[in-house]
Design a binder for this molecule. Structure first.
Ligand code: PLP
Length: 220
């Protein structure tokens, strides 16, 4: 736990250095601390150290720890970064402040309905499968711009960003560049890209948020 606070400080320092080196404004990049598989006892000290933005990849797991933590710390911002099943849209909208994994019409429709019904201001990103990997979630890069438009025009959703998870065995740079290009074409401002192994590179490619888990909390 001591070490997760040291690691948090180090990651923040490296993000700051990467912002400076690449002429990004200080504070341009938000750190999303990915706390999946870690329980509330591990997360609480990190919150107490000042971290407010967290990411989880499973709705059910997040439901087990975050309602209590959010009650204690009302300014927490929780991001869903894992695939969303349409039968979990209700729970996801109730708990998460940002859903980064909108990737198909059915999910967009369910989210639009739940956001309206619950009167929530859930912020949404479209996940792009930049490597066109068969097993990976996300809309294909060739469909991404049209899908953002579809979400806006057909479902009335304000898509504010794009998110990607590059293939593990490839240089992530071209994937980050592709995501940035698609965001410009789609007219969205936020770019969620970069994880423990490549977040500094992602900052150089214009990430507005990086999702860092193991570099803070340790290996899972
Ligand atoms: C787990 C996860 C991360 C964090 O990965 P680390 O390599 O531990 O930093 C980031 N993004 C997504 C979508 C994840 O599932």
């Amino acid at each position: 736990m001591e070490s997760s606070l040291e690691q948090l400080a180090l990651v923040k320092q490296k993000i700051g250095a990467a912002e400076q080196e690449t002429n990004r404004p200080v504070g341009a990049v938000t750190l999303v601390a990915v706390s999946k598989t870690f329980d509330a006892e591990h997360i609480r000290p990190v919150i107490e150290a000042g971290q407010r933005v967290f990411g989880e990849n499973r709705v059910q797991e997040a439901q087990g720890k975050w309602p209590q933590l959010k009650a204690e710390f009302p300014d927490i911002e929780l991001h869903l970064i894992g695939p969303l099943q349409s039968n979990k849209a209700k729970e996801a909208v109730a708990l998460f402040d940002v859903i980064e994994t909108v990737d198909r019409d059915k999910i967009a429709a369910e989210l639009a309905r739940e956001i309206e019904r619950q009167g929530r201001a859930t912020r949404l990103y479209v996940q792009v499968n930049t490597g066109s990997e068969e097993q990976k979630a996300g809309i294909g890069p060739r469909e991404a711009v049209a899908f953002v438009k579809h979400c806006r025009e057909i479902h009335g959703l304000a898509i504010e960003g794009l998110m990607c998870i590059p293939p593990v065995d490839e240089n992530p740079g071209p994937h980050f560049a592709l995501l940035a290009k698609l965001a410009r074409e789609a007219g969205v401002e936020k770019l969620s890209m970069g994880m423990s192994g490549d977040y500094e590179l992602a900052v150089a490619f214009g990430a507005t948020s990086v999702r860092v888990g193991s570099a803070i909390f340790g290996s899972r």
